[in-house]
Design a protein around this ligand. Structure first.
Ligand SMILES: Cc1ncc(COP(=O)(O)O)c(C=O)c1O
Length: 458
């Protein structure tokens, strides 16, 4: 890179930093004048970035400026996309992405024993210890996504034909992990509230035993499922699994990183989390934590010896394929961790905001919340077939009318065209944004002559 390009990059990153400071200040602003000043500041910086992007300068610089500008979707819009909310990166993680983009940049100081989780500069080894403490388990490894955590556990515990008990709302990646290991999933039916109960788990275990003559080898349950984000009684379920001496995998894809998770208290043998879903981390990232009892099995090291060379790679862990996350993915996760560790303490406030917003939606006649209500999570499933979809039926833009209206008001993230049954997530939105969301949904309803019961607003 020539010196001019390098200097321009530096200037771009400095501008980005300034914009980030503005952006961070926005949710904490109370006076409209300050908010206006901050918005103008963001606009000015954007304008400079736009000029660079569209100017005739160095193509490489234009390209990187373009990449940076993708971030405007977070600054200019309220994004209620269901699965992105808690995975959005912190400014620190964004910087780490650039600084540690080279794949093996984490490996400069890799010394004996040669393994990722043993590297102390950057402080990857202490990060692993902190991760284990964070979910109150004994040992942890970073993995490329929650799915790789399921895979490591299934590959260790499941042999051909073994049964694994999962929820009827289990994520598909649990199915795949079991299939790859040669096992079969056995689904626990839901009760009338779309919940998996400990009793239903016990019945399923008994049924599997009857049917196959063998107990299942693993029970794997999502604390909050991906469909309704209903809370399932994981502690009660872990207890049932242990009564049959079956290990319990806690799927915390929607919890680890947003709310406090205490694996020991739950009775989990394995805790799996998703970095890019709930830990403000780049994809693919996640965590697999376990107890001292299970660690030697799940994190077993290789026994393989080369038949000609007699080479051995003793310290490398088989399920981790030696090392897992490298470069910016891992450092991004680490960079966000202080924020993530702190933010779980504010989960109750996040849930309050989620309920406030949905109360506002429910005040629009015909709207329903399909998830358990009041909400215990920020991800929710709503049914607007009898409210907004009645407008869609008579609107020339059909099902797209709602997305058009919302994006016109700076709200994005719903699936365009889906105004019937859909999911959204309010995680991380300030109270100001939540109020704005409610007002906007109700204004759109008003405009299209749907009944809105504003008197019930808090
Ligand atoms: C409940 C649940 N478990 C697991 C996963 C997979 O997570 P990852 O993408 O980190 O592998 C998802 C992803 O959507 C999910 O919703």
């Amino acid at each position: 890179m020539d010196i001019r390009t390098q200097k321009t990059f530096e200037a771009l990153f400095a501008l980005e930093d300034i914009r980030e400071v503005f952006r961070q200040a926005l949710p904490n602003t109370t006076s409209p004048e300050d908010e206006q000043a901050i918005r103008e500041g963001v606009d000015k910086v954007r304008k400079i970035l736009d000029d660079i992007q569209s100017g005739t300068g160095n193509a490489e610089v234009r390209k990187i400026a373009g990449t940076i500008d993708i971030r405007s979707r977070e600054e200019n819009y309220i994004n209620i996309q269901p699965i992105q909310a808690a995975g959005r990166l912190t400014p620190e993680a964004r910087k780490a992405l650039l600084a540690y983009g080279d794949g093996y940049s984490t490996c400069d100081a890799c010394r004996k024993p040669f393994r990722l989780d043993k590297i102390s500069n950057p402080p990857i080894a202490p990060f692993h210890e902190e991760l284990a403490r964070f979910v109150n388990m004994d040992q942890a490894r970073v993995v490329p996504g929650a799915r790789r955590g399921f895979q490591a556990v299934a590959s260790t515990l499941v042999s051909k034909g073994d049964s694994v008990v999962v929820s009827a709302l289990a994520h598909y990646t649990e199915f795949l992990a079991v299939e790859e290991a040669g096992g079969v999933v056995k689904e626990i039916p839901l009760n009338e509230k779309n919940l998996v109960t400990p009793d239903a788990v016990a019945e399923k275990i008994e049924a599997v035993k009857q049917e196959t003559g063998k107990l299942p080898v693993l029970v794997m349950i999502d604390h909050f499922d991906y469909q309704y984000a209903n809370e399932h009684d994981v502690k009660g379920i872990a207890k049932v699994a242990h009564q049959y001496d079956i290990p319990f995998l806690y799927n915390g894809a929607y919890t680890v990183g947003v709310m406090p998770v205490d694996g020991k208290n739950i009775g989990a043998d394995f805790v799996v989390g998703s970095g890019h879903k709930s830990m403000a981390s780049p994809a693919p990232s996640g965590v697999l934590a376990t107890t001292d009892e299970w660690a030697p099995k799940i994190f077993r090291t290789t026994q393989m010896v080369g038949d000609i060379t007699k080479r051995k790679f003793g310290i490398k862990e088989v399920e981790m394929l030696g090392c897992t996350l490298m470069g910016s993915t891992l450092i991004g996760m680490m960079a966000s961790f202080p924020t993530v560790r702190e933010r779980v303490n504010h989960w109750d406030e996040e849930v309050k905001k989620s309920n406030y917003f949905l109360d506002g939606v429910l005040n629009i006649e015909g709207s329903k919340v399909l998830s358990e209500f009041p909400r215990k999570h920020t991800l929710s499933k709503v049914d607007t077939t009898k409210s907004f979809d009645t407008v869609a039926q008579r609107h020339k833009r059909k099902g797209f009318f709602l997305s058009d209206e919302l994006s016109g008001k700076g709200i994005i993230g719903e699936f365009a065209g889906a105004t019937r049954v859909w999911k959204l997530n309010t995680y991380g939105l300030s109270w100001e944004k939540i109020h704005y969301l409610v007002d906007t949904f109700q204004d759109i309803a008003d405009k299209h002559e749907l009944q809105v019961n504003r008197s019930q607003l808090l």
